[in-house]
Design a protein around this ligand. Structure first.
Ligand SMILES: Nc1ncnc2c1ncn2[C@@H]1O[C@H](COP(=O)(O)OP(=O)(O)OP(=O)(O)O)[C@@H](O)[C@H]1O
Ligand SMILES: [Mg+2]
Length: 504
């Protein structure tokens, strides 16, 4: 290790409204290393990076780069120092085209001031192809899927030849093959001397790609060192203060009668001939790779998409759901996959985001009962361990993982009989995941039924009674949660194996 780190953040302190968020934090990053920045939701990771990126100013402390002090007075200064920042909350502008996003604020112009559109498109295509993406640079971003938005955000950072790239949960919306490609790219960048600060709650990723780590806990550094000297268990314990078991997480109870029965559900090009039942008290998992159709299937079932054929029965009654309001009436709730786009309303307070879908629980003679609303929020705050000092602040002031917990609370408060969670633990730390699994178990014990959509096989293996694996819009297997293995799921998810005789 060289004597002088490439970047040193020294004794950084930061408070928001009198609440200390970073307490004398020191972070040292070497040239050409991938440094993991770890910690629970709300530990201060994004805040520390916002300081390095010039978004926030520290109350105390200083930053050195290449042995010289630099004041990151605004994001521009940080960029000029060769720092690129891939934000946790996507920063792309939906109403602009892909190439316009890539060059926003740094447009290429010719001598007389005209935009060099074709050149910008060429460079955009080039850098996107390094990530394995082929989209038209002139496409409007609003027409793209979230994973592409995340890839554009990454590509933007690659375009500017940076010496340090901050990646704040870059893979939260990416499919496995996209993650693989990103890692390859990161390893190449590292070889050419670029440093990367990598934030993620996916600890396997961290182990795979990072050289060193620093762990924050409640705004303080509690450990730093070389990745290969530590196992994940030690790092988890540093993060959350206890060990987290990898074992199955299931309360023992018997399942009730069939609550939901889906027959021959088909939507051309999205999913085909889907059949399954969900019983009271059951936790059902749906997993597969990107493009397996599970999100579209359940968006249809929830009434977001109209064009499908087949039958849906709830409590043995045929129902026709062609609008989310009908789904809610029929007792179904859907926690959407993507909180940034479908989950939160940024300008609303934390409490109101929680109560938004269940206003009628809080209304009396037309007035919203603020007190009741706050009491309810306190309940979820404790239950899900939501870290917020003042729930009246707007939700965008919360850390990413805590925003996700509020979205979960919002649907729990609607109290539907069937709750569909799409990618529920996106951005949630390992400890808080346990709390959410625990809560899901409590719900099914009370007779609710839960469907979890997840691309992570370990997640469905951990909590589900039964697991359906999908491949290209079809169910390829129904497995028992306690017997299935990751390898088995993988072979059905890639289409190399299917239980044709039983399913579909
Ligand atoms: N602009 C702000 N105003 C008030 N509080 C803030 C602001 N930004 C962050 N905080 C608070 O600072 C604390 C640390 O948040 P931060 O976003 O840094 O956490 P994090 O470690 O990135 O968590 P996560 O893993 O959930 O993304 C949180 O309690 C958060 O609510
Ligand atoms: Mg964060």
């Amino acid at each position: 290790m060289s004597v002088n780190p490439f970047v040193t953040m020294s004794n950084i302190e930061k408070s928001f409204n009198g609440v200390p968020v970073l307490k004398s934090v020191t972070l040292k990053v070497q040239k050409g290393e991938i440094h993991a920045l770890l910690g629970e939701n709300g530990a201060g990771k994004s805040t520390l990076m916002n300081i390095l990126g010039g978004v926030h100013q520290p109350d105390n402390g200083f930053i050195m780069m290449n042995g010289k002090e630099v004041k990151m007075n605004n994001p521009r200064v940080s960029q000029d120092q060769g720092i690129s920042f891939i934000h946790q909350e996507l920063n792309v502008v939906s109403d602009l085209r892909v190439y316009e996003n890539m060059f926003l604020g740094a447009e290429l112009k010719n001598k007389i001031g005209f935009l060099k559109v074709e050149e910008m498109c060429r460079q955009t295509s080039n850098v996107l192809s390094q990530l394995g993406v082929s989209i038209n640079p002139k496409e409007y971003v609003r027409n793209l899927d979230t994973s592409y938005k995340q890839l554009i955000e990454i590509a933007k950072a690659l375009l500017h030849k940076s010496s340090l790239i901050i990646m704040d949960e870059p893979t939260s919306s990416l499919a496995e093959h996209e993650v693989k490609r990103l890692f390859k790219l990161m390893k190449n960048l590292k070889k050419s001397g670029v440093s990367i600060i990598y934030i993620s709650h996916k600890l396997k990723e961290i182990k795979e790609v990072c050289d060193r780590y620093t762990v924050l806990r409640d705004g303080e550094v509690v450990g730093t060192g070389s990745m290969k000297d530590e196992n994940l268990e030690t790092i988890t314990r540093l993060m959350v203060g206890k060990s987290i078991s990898e074992d199955r997480f299931m309360h023992d109870h018997s399942l009730g009668p069939v609550l939901l029965e889906v027959s021959n559900l088909t939507s051309e090009g999205l999913f085909n001939n889907i059949n399954f039942t969900l019983r009271k008290g059951e936790i059902l998992g749906f997993t597969g790779l990107a493009g397996d159709g599970r999100t579209e299937l359940f968006e249809s079932l929830f009434g977001y998409r109209k064009k499908y054929t087949g039958k849906v029965k709830i409590n043995n009654q045929l129902v026709k759901i062609d609008h989310p309001s009908k789904a809610i009436k029929a007792g179904i709730g859907l926690v959407p996959k993507d909180r940034k786009e479908n989950g939160i309303i940024k300008d609303l307070s934390v409490v109101h985001n929680m109560s938004l879908a269940s206003m009628r629980n809080f209304e009396k003679t037309g007035l919203i009962q603020e007190k009741a609303e706050h009491q309810k929020f306190q309940y979820y705050k404790e239950k899900l361990n939501i870290k917020v000092h003042n729930p009246r602040i707007t939700i965008d002031k919360l850390s990413g993982g805590n925003q996700q917990k509020v979205i979960i609370a919002k649907w729990l408060e609607v109290n539907p009989d069937i709750i569909i969670f799409d990618n529920p633990t996106q951005g949630i730390d390992v400890g808080a995941k346990q709390e959410i699994y625990h809560h899901i178990n409590e719900l099914v014990e009370q007779g609710k039924a839960i469907i979890i959509l997840s691309s992570e096989a370990p997640e469905v293996l951990k909590v589900c009674h039964n697991i359906y694996v999908m491949y290209q819009g079809e169910i390829t297997a129904r497995l028992k949660g306690e017997e299935a293995t990751e390898d088995e799921i993988m072979s059905y998810a890639t289409g190399s194996k299917r239980e044709a005789e039983k399913i579909g």
